[in-house]
Write a protein that binds this ligand. Sequence first.
Ligand code: HMG
Ligand code: MG
Length: 299
Amino acid sequence: MSPDAVRLVEVGPRDGLQNEAGVVPLAAKVALIDALSAAGLPVIEAGAFVAPGRVPQMADSAAVLAAIHRRAGVRYPVLVPNLKGLKAATEAVGVDDIAVFAAASETFSKKNINCSIAESLERLAEVAARAKDRGIAVRGYVSCVLGCPYEGAVAIDRVVEVAAALAAMGCHEISLGDTIGVGTPRRAREMVQAVAGAVPVQRLAAHFHDTYGQALANILAVLEIGVTTFDCSVAGLGGCPYAPGASGNVATEDVVYMLDGMGIASGVDLEKLRLAGLALCQTLGRPPASRAARALAAR
Ligand code: HMG
Ligand code: MG
């Protein structure tokens, strides 16, 4: 059973660019985000208000948000790890949408945000409550849902617990992150089915990195059991600075090509999307990681 339409959350400007070795110029980030909204992406994660010493690539997020052309109906969430980040995000022009992030692995939590899972959930509950008071929508991420770069296997029960905690603190949507792209379809489906026992499947999003080339297969596996929101990254940009060896998210072009072929609407114009990715890749000096983008360019 497949849906008629899905919602794509473009995370390239955040999850993608946070992992670039060099600094991507502000103008290139802004041009990318504006090209993505023009291509029809309804949600574009535009930056992160995290410690600049930890992720310098996101240090100009306030300037990015101030410079983009906000298209009506498009949402531009940003990552927020703590109250300091919430304050900075709300002081930046027009942030009305944030994403908080926790992990299902203790070691990853320590490495990524320097605290235990329990501490992070306490901290994030406060962030979510303050955000709610200000009418800001909060999305929640769970990292390492199908494996951890430090601990290996991750128990599905742990994923369920963390997802349920994020939902209970008011996150409207929970994005399940295969941070290092180790998952395969049957396991991805088991994990989503287990989480759907605690959080309605309509509120779940799938966030697959493509390290082992499994992301599209995983998307199809969970699409068939009711997930209709998928995170993806134009040109397959990205990774995570605290997940050594992880490659980018599934490429948005590859997802749109698959959806178009299956007759599932996403509202995204594949050619405009391809050109958005290409322009950024020209700035980065390398070809897009998207297979569909490469094939379309060769036609
Ligand atoms: P901490 O390391 O515990 O240290 O921070 P701290 O709280 O003592 O702060 C250290 C310094 O950072 C201090 O400055 C703070 O003021 C400052 P100093 O006194 O040294 O000058 N600081 C901040 N500055 C700006 N904005 C802030 C902020 N907070 C503290 N919000 C913290 C904890 C979480 C902030 C830090 O560890 C951090 O920023 N980590 C980076 C996390 C990150 O961005 N990771 C990548 C994104 S997550 C991801 O990619 C996974 C995902 O894609 C899903 C998936 O794939 O699974 C979402
Ligand atoms: Mg990610």
